[in-house]
Design a protein around this ligand. Structure first.
Ligand SMILES: [Zn+2]
Length: 118
């Protein structure tokens, strides 16, 4: 009898569910990356910086640690996009791909095409 999916289970039907969810994540990937590179998303994510993140970024600025500054911002925007996608998945009871494409649509974020030679 089928049970609900458990990541650690390893039975045939859980294996299938795992595969499907990996494929889903793979397909959603380009849209998630597009969202991370969207100016509106960036602006909203910046508005959600926590005090610790702000403090860390300010300290990075003060010490000239550009890598750490960028990493903090990247982490914030990554979490912002991930949470937005999860929220949309819950709302629409849909898979990650659908949620990510709907969000990308809403934000006007288009998946990056193959890099065009500058
Ligand atoms: Zn199972």
């Amino acid at each position: 009898m089928a049970h609900t999916y458990h990541r650690q289970c390893g039975c045939y039907s859980c294996g299938k569910a795992e595969e499907a969810s990996e494929r889903d994540e793979e397909m959603a990937g380009p849209y998630i990356e597009a969202l991370k590179g969207c100016p509106t998303v960036l602006s909203e994510a910046m508005g959600e910086l926590t005090e610790e993140e702000m403090a860390s970024m300010a300290a990075s600025l003060a010490t000239g640690d550009n890598d750490k500054f960028a990493l903090t911002m990247r982490t914030r925007i990554g979490m912002f996009v991930y949470e937005a996608v999860e929220c949309r998945m819950d709302d629409l009871k849909c898979d990650m791909f659908t949620a990510a494409t709907r969000l990308a649509d809403a934000y006007g974020a288009e998946p990056l095409r193959q890099a065009v030679a500058a």
